[in-house]
Design a protein around this ligand. Structure first.
Ligand code: LHQ
Length: 255
């Protein structure tokens, strides 16, 4: 059975981490299949991507029983987690983490690498790393610092405290919580909404916010001006303005 399943519904690609009996903990095989799935997501016909988990977990992070195979940890991180985290950030479309259940360790880092997080009310969030004497890798220091700020990120990641979905929402870590029974339907609906958006502008917004973290105001204003000059040349901008004039909802093609 595949450790990652890929589905397509219209312009939405859903990537499901699929080791439910191990809470979708990462193995070399899972990493490789995730890499392939993210490569497939580059297809321009895909305008939104969902990453979620099978069973009661999103992901419990590194499979600690498979870790013995790893050898050189830094090399393993570079060849696996780094490739997939960077693939998520470089996709020119929104990536939603559908946090269906427990989200721990590098699974938490992966969720935080996504553009937004929807959580089931059955989900909970656990740092994991500090519980076994490790640092938050796979972007765990980068993304959590941006999402939560240094004091809260440091306090949480050094405490190993379980965060409920409600607490995660109060902290801004997740944008929305949905009852477990309604979760997959709401996740599909939210992904379809994003896939029907002006994909070029959404992708440029993603890039601009990523760059804003290290840019000066002058650099960022210039990057916005260049991105807007491109956005006004899209069919979606023409459609948006036409729809506004005609007092109807726009129908964006993503081009
Ligand atoms: C697991 C795991 C798991 C294997 C649950 N592995 N089986 C990068 C590079 C190099 C080195 C290492 O790490 C990294 C990055 C990382 O991700 S480090 C952090 C790794 N993750 C953790 O430390 C979390 C470990 N898991 C837990 O603390 C708990 O399982 C959580 C809080 C996630 C869930 O607790 P429960 O809901 O009580 O479930 P459970 O503990 O009963 O787990 C269910 C099954 O899943 C169980 O298997 P079993 O055969 O006994 O039913 C667990 O052994 C297995 N499992 N996490 N990471």
């Amino acid at each position: 059975m595949a450790e990652v399943e890929v589905g397509r519904d219209g312009a939405v690609q859903t990537i499901t981490l699929n080791r439910p009996e191990k809470l979708n903990a990462f193995t070399q095989t899972l990493h490789g299949e995730l890499q392939d799935a993210l490569e497939q997501a580059r297809d321009p016909a895909v305008r939104a991507v969902v990453i979620t988990g099978a069973g009661r977990g999103f992901s419990a992070g590194q499979d600690l029983t498979a870790f013995g195979e790893a050898g050189d940890v830094a090399a393993m991180l570079r060849a696996t987690y780094h490739v997939n985290v960077l693939a998520i950030r470089s996709l020119d479309k929104p990536v939603i983490a559908g946090v269906n259940g427990v989200c721990a360790g590098a699974g938490l880092s992966l969720a935080c690498a996504c553009d937004l997080r929807l959580a089931s009310d059955a989900a909970f969030f656990v740092p994991g790393f500090v519980g076994i004497g490790l640092i938050p890798d796979s972007g765990g220091t980068f993304f959590l610092q941006r999402l939560l700020g240094t004091p809260r990120a440091f306090e949480w990641m050094t405490s190993n405290r379980r965060l409920t979905a409600a607490e995660a929402q109060a902290w801004g870590l997740v944008s929305e919580i949905v009852e477990a029974e309604a979760f997959s339907a709401r996740l599909a609906e939210r992904a379809a909404e994003l896939a029907a958006g002006p994909t070029h502008a959404i992708a440029a917004t993603k890039r601009l916010y990523d760059d804003a973290a290290t840019a000066t105001l002058e650099e960022q204003l210039e990057a916005e001006a260049e991105a807007q000059a491109q956005a006004v040349r899209t069919a979606d901008f023409r459609e948006g303005v036409a729809a506004f004039g005609e007092k109807r909802a726009p129908s964006f093609s993503g081009s």
